[in-house]
Design a protein around this ligand. Structure first.
Ligand code: NAD
Length: 492
């Protein structure tokens, strides 16, 4: 890409006054492209366009919306390798992870194409004679979407697809670190034939584009995925605006993976390595707390260390790389800071935790594994969002469960065990929105609800049919008709 990319506002590609470079974290000499930094005025234009498009778009037939979503899905899937490459190049997850995420985005659009046709209502008998009650769902209006950098295509897909399926218009503000994927996705959406104004891409800073979305009285709802501090700002602004906005917040995690004495060691190590370190540990569902019971503890630590030593940390686009770079210098500094904090707190760094040099200049870090961690330490309580995992020893199942639940977050929670009794008990008692048995805490299906409890989430769930709770509003309609008049007498 030689020319600077543009925003898509009111059906047109619009150049921005300011642009910024998108740098490849595997090789900082490689600039992916120049991307726009929109102004508040650009954002307001996009909001106006979405408002203007809403009356017509919200009355399109399910078939019209189905066809648009299906086209988007088809193009994403047909171009999965190319799109996955753009994603990995700018975000730093490995190429198979980038392509896998792209396929997931295509599947999500296909699922919501189907959802256009499945949306129904209810007809309910009234408690009053002659009255009928209908409960239907209508679109909420103009939805602002603010997304993070760590799933550059899947998260936008699981917000954009249901919003369109249920008849809403969109102002989409992606994270500044991943503009190329957002741009490529927007081009596909535009090519689907979507009417002008229905979908708007506004790339820029959170403090400018994001804040304008939050303050605008013309935005009806905001769906946000990102950190807790930004989520809190979204909630505050939503309540302060007139009218108040509907919100959906998906935020951080400090997800536990419990490993019991009776676990299959190989399964436990695979779950832990995948959950804690794949995607460079930059997943809200990452297993950053490995809670291991007494008798398996040392064997687990040995097997885990051996497995980690065999992992290749290198350029995300190179074949054979298991773990790509950290997303940028700021995140790498944060990860290294937590390694230092862990050591100061008295945790034992078993391996990793240092910056690595590779052929190309990038943000490489050796996956860090801490043992002898107490759950009160900062490295066990605060979200690090990098390739850093902590091992916490527990006496038995009860203590392991208590530690797992002793966190302000509640997104995903996992257990490795061969005991049905403990698996069942854990599923019922883990204080998290998603529970995994003998599976990594990260890695979910796209046709079922996604979301957490406590500090991880706020508002209705995303994904699957449950997405309609956020993207629609319920209407209860009553009507009287004298359909059952007194019958004439038989002799008449
Ligand atoms: P972030 O909160 O820094 O940014 C998220 C988005 O908010 C970005 O688009 C950013 O530009 C925007 N933003 C920043 N300041 C804003 C403001 N004042 N007003 C409006 N918008 C603003 O988060 P991040 O660093 O991009 O992502 C990492 C975080 O995302 C982690 O905490 C991670 O756990 C979380 N996350 C959660 C989920 C989930 O589903 N629970 C999924 C992925 C990531």
């Amino acid at each position: 890409m030689t020319e600077a990319a543009r925003n898509f506002i009111a059906g047109e590609w619009i150049a921005a006054a300011e642009v910024h470079p998108d740098v490849n974290p595997s090789n900082t000499n490689d600039v992916v492209g120049q991307f726009p930094r929109a102004t508040a005025a650009d954002t307001e234009r996009a909001i106006e366009a979405a408002r203007a498009a809403f009356p017509k778009w919200s009355r399109t037939t399910p078939q019209e919306r189905y066809e648009i979503l299906k086209k988007i899905s088809d193009e994403i899937l047909a171009r999965k390798d190319e799109l996955g490459r753009i994603l990995s190049r700018e975000e730093g997850k490995t190429l198979p992870e980038g392509v896998g995420e792209t396929v997931r985005a295509g599947q999500i659009f296909a699922f919501f194409a189907g959802e256009c046709l499945r949306l129904g209502g209810e007809a309910i008998p009234s408690v009053r004679p002659g009255v009928g009650v209908e409960v239907t769902r209508e679109p909420i209006g103009v939805v602002g979407m603010i997304t993070p950098w760590n799933f550059p295509i899947a998260i936008p897909a699981w917000k954009i697809a249901p919003a369109l399926a249920y008849g809403n218009c969109i102002v989409f503000k992606p994270a500044e670190l991943v503009p190329a994927t957002a741009h490529a996705l927007a081009e596909i959406i535009v090519r689907s034939g979507i009417p002008a104004g229905v979908f708007n891409l506004v790339q820029g800073r959170g403090s400018v584009v994001g804040e304008t979305i939050l303050r605008s009285p013309k935005i009806d709802a905001v769906t946000f995925t990102g950190s807790v501090p930004t989520g809190r700002k979204v909630a505050q602004a939503a309540i302060e605006s007139t009218p108040m906005k509907k919100i959906q917040l998906e935020m951080g995690g400090k997800n536990p993976l419990v490993i019991l004495d009776d676990a299959d060691l190989k399964v436990a190590v695979e779950c832990a390595v995948n959950g804690a370190f794949f995607s460079t540990g930059q997943r809200c569902t990452a297993s950053s707390r490995l809670i291991v019971t007494e008798r398996i503890h040392d064997r687990f630590l040995d097997a885990m260390s051996e497995r980690l030593r065999g992992l290749v940390v290198d350029d995300a686009l190179k074949a054979g790389t298991h773990i790509g770079p950290v997303v940028d210098e700021g995140q790498l500094e944060q990860d290294m800071k937590y390694v230092a904090i862990g050591k100061d707190e008295g945790a034992r760094l078993v391996l990793g935790g240092e910056r690595l040099n590779r052929e190309s200049p990038g943000f490489y870090m050796a996956p860090a594994l801490f043992a002898d961690v107490d759950n009160s330490m900062r490295i066990a309580r605060e979200e690090i969002f990098g390739p850093v995992a902590t091992v916490i020893r527990a006496k038995g199942y009860d203590e392991a469960l208590a530690i797992a639940n002793d966190t302000e977050f509640g997104l995903s929670s996992g257990i490795c065990t061969t005991s049905l009794k403990y698996a069942q008990h854990f599923k019922r008692n883990a204080e998290a929105g998603m529970v995994m048995v003998n599976l990594p805490t990260a890695g979910v299906d796209y046709h079922v609800p996604f979301g957490g409890r406590k500090g991880s989430s706020y508002g209705p769930r995303e994904q699957g049919a449950y997405a309609r709770e956020f993207y629609t509003t319920v209407k209860t309609a009553y009507s009287f008709s004298d359909v059952d008049p007194p019958r004439p007498a038989a002799s008449e």
